[in-house]
Design a protein around this ligand. Structure first.
Ligand code: SF4
Length: 393
């Protein structure tokens, strides 16, 4: 199925040749103890982390893809735990990479450090906000006072001239706060709201994810509000399926009737956002998925299709990144949706969605299996069941 260009942004290059974005976990050290931490972060730095020189070599590898070069996000743990962070940002910028940062909100996140990183060439900073109130957010983060510090840090990020992205992990514990979180995102003037759908991996196993039906409702609501702020979803690529399905649909509620959760989110959104600026044209989601335009490098140099899929496909200590990205058998399989199992393999949206491979892996142990977090019935399945119903009647 070919995507409607206005509903989904397609990459301008072949995803099997180069990634669109690479996330590098520069350290696993972090002073927070977030309940959903993918990395099972620890307090101190691992002595076997990639060194500054190895980090430069990785950045050289990424720049060697040529134009368009991948976007690079330095994450953790807390990347601010690395004293050579400004040096890495400056080096990446010098060789033509667009560098962004995903720090934890701790005492290390100060205005002088943000100014230094901005001067070194950093373009954007993403901060996590997982609740509309201090009670919810701070209990997620495992430390009191982080909610207020996050709001203060967000203002500072914008003040010093960096682009601001807000990251939110949705669980059953905070889903009802989404309209109020949206208001905060808008009040902060964020450029992008990146909404993560919990994958039961790392400490995230201890939290309760949404059901597939609830996730569908939330994705529709996110599309509703995508006229207010640019939305990105992580580990919910079926947001792109929804964007395509909704394109050009006028009687939306007749075609996609809202259930109780979406109705509640809508009602509260209307109450919370009265008198705000008029809607604008939504920014379509981009067509990337685990191993297909996206890769993750961990603190010791292992490469993964996603930060939520613990299936290493090589190490930048032994091989160049382009060699791993282009040659890994698993990454090649992840770029071939015809080989996916279950509904995802039969789905007419498989080339533009493909399902969350991390969800598939976390729940079945098979990264190519059907994504259980999506409830869509592919057209071919519906035809078969219609024929079955006709034969039975
Ligand atoms: S069935 Fe799979 S490929 Fe189809 S929309 Fe759902 S997650 Fe995407």
């Amino acid at each position: 199925m070919s995507a409607t260009p206005r509903a989904v942004r397609l990459m301008h290059h072949d995803a099997s040749d180069r990634p669109f974005i690479v996330i590098w976990e520069v350290t696993r050290a972090c002073q927070l103890v977030c309940t959903h931490c993918r990395a099972d972060a620890i307090r101190t730095r691992n002595p076997f982390e990639l060194s500054t020189d190895e980090g430069r070599r990785l950045l050289d590898d990424l720049a060697s893809f040529g134009s368009p070069r991948p976007l690079v996000v330095l994450t953790g743990g807390d990347p601010f735990e690395r004293p050579d962070l400004p040096e890495l940002v400056a080096y990446g910028t010098r060789i033509g990479l667009s560098m962004a940062l995903s720090p934890s909100v701790t005492d290390r996140l100060t205005r002088p450090v943000l100014v230094e990183l901005h001067e070194a060439g950093a373009k954007a900073v993403s901060l996590s906000l997982d609740g509309a109130t201090a009670a919810t957010h701070d209990s997620f983060r495992g430390v009191g006072g982080v909610f207020k510090a996050t709001l203060d840090a967000a203002h500072t990020v914008r003040d010093v001239g960096l682009r601001l992205q807000i990251n939110t992990t949705v669980t059953r514990g905070n889903v009802h706060e989404l309209p109020r979180m949206l208001k905060t995102v808008l009040d902060l003037g964020a450029d992008l709201w990146s909404v993560f759908f919990l994958v039961p991996t790392g400490r995230g196993k201890l939290l309760e994810p949404l059901t597939a039906a609830e996730e569908e409702e939330v994705l529709h609501w996110l599309h509703d509000v995508s006229t207010l702020v640019a939305i990105k979803t992580t580990e919910a690529p079926h947001y792109r399926r929804i964007a395509i399905q909704r394109a050009g649909v006028d009687a939306l509620d007749d075609v996609f009737p809202p259930g109780p959760l979406r109705s509640q989110l809508r009602r509260e959104t209307a109450e919370t956002l009265t008198g705000r600026e008029p809607p604008r044209r939504p920014r379509p989601p981009i067509d990337v998925n685990s191993g297909r335009g996206f890769a993750f490098v961990d603190h010791v140099g292992a490469v993964y299709p996603s930060g939520f899929m613990p299936t290493a496909v090589g190490s930048v200590r032994n091989q160049s990144f382009p060699e791993i990205y282009r040659g890994s058998e698993l990454l090649r399989q992840l770029r071939d949706p015809d080989g996916f199992g279950g509904r995802c393999g039969r789905c007419e949206f498989r080339t533009v969605c493909g399902g969350s491979r991390s969800h598939a892996f976390a729940t079945t142990g098979d990264p190519l299996a059907e994504d259980p977090s999506c409830l869509y019935q592919p057209a071919s399945d519906r035809e078969i069941s219609l024929v079955g119903d006709r034969l039975a009647s």
